[in-house]
Ligand binder design. Structure first.
Ligand code: E4P
Length: 221
């Protein structure tokens, strides 16, 4: 399973990228607005830092302008995945950009039918939003199960399932159990994945016992 981090914050991306666990980055207009920084400059910097796909979203809603924006974003770096919304214009734009060899992430997916269309349009990634579905009393993970099952039925569907709108570690675990390709995870959730109280307790005990021996791995003969 691949891990993308879901943020446009350069400091957070740098910190997590240094762990060697990061496979890519997703941004969206809300995350960019939160940084207060210039969009294109920020995306350029992220692409310099991270080798894997970096999603940058178009903000137009009509096909022609989306296409122009998508081509401009794709020109920033070879690891850009142009993010388009799951609308008919977005799908049309996805098809043209994908045919040109540009990675496209189709975002704001809330149904299996939408995911089928994105795969037909040649998307590199489909982004189903699990948290936002859970928020309104639906089952976000059921959508992931449906999409994974459908995509597995067709070898010509090359689209990767990128689980988005992740709120907590259980979303990541459930997505992995279902065989989703990628999780895009907020920095706080990514950091929470490593935590377990028994790990902390066990380490404290090991270190206390080790101290009693008076030995040092680096200092001795
Ligand atoms: C990422 O591609 C999505 O835009 C993001 O995961 C949405 O998350 P949210 O529902 O927490 O805003």
């Amino acid at each position: 399973m691949k891990f993308f981090v879901d943020t446009a914050d350069i400091a957070e991306i740098t910190e997590l990228n240094d762990t060697g666990l990061l496979d890519g980055v997703t941004t969206n207009p809300s995350l960019v607005a939160k940084t207060g920084k210039d969009f294109v400059a920020t995306v350029k910097e992220i692409c310099r830092l991270v080798k894997g796909p970096v999603s940058a979203e178009v903000t137009a809603t009509d096909h022609e302008t989306m296409l122009a924006e998508g081509r401009k974003l794709a020109g920033i770096a070879t690891n850009i995945a142009v993010k388009v919304p799951l609308t008919m214009d977005g799908l049309k734009t996805c098809k043209v950009l994908s045919d040109d060899g540009i990675m496209v992430n189709v975002t704001l997916c809330f149904s299996p039918a939408q995911a089928i269309l994105a795969a037909k349009a040649g998307a590199s990634f489909i982004s189903p939003f699990v948290g936002r579905l859970d928020d309104i009393g639906h089952d976000g993970m059921a959508l992931i199960a449906d999409i994974v099952q459908i995509y597995n039925n067709y070898s010509d569907f090359q689209t990767e399932v990128l689980v988005a709108s992740i709120r907590h570690p259980m979303h990541v675990i459930e997505a992995a159990k279902l065989g989703a390709d990628v999780c895009t995870v907020p920095p706080a959730v990514l950091k929470a994945l490593v935590k377990h109280p028994l790990t902390d307790k066990g380490l404290d005990a090991f270190l206390a016992d080790w101290k009693k021996t008076g030995q040092s791995i680096l200092g001795g003969n």
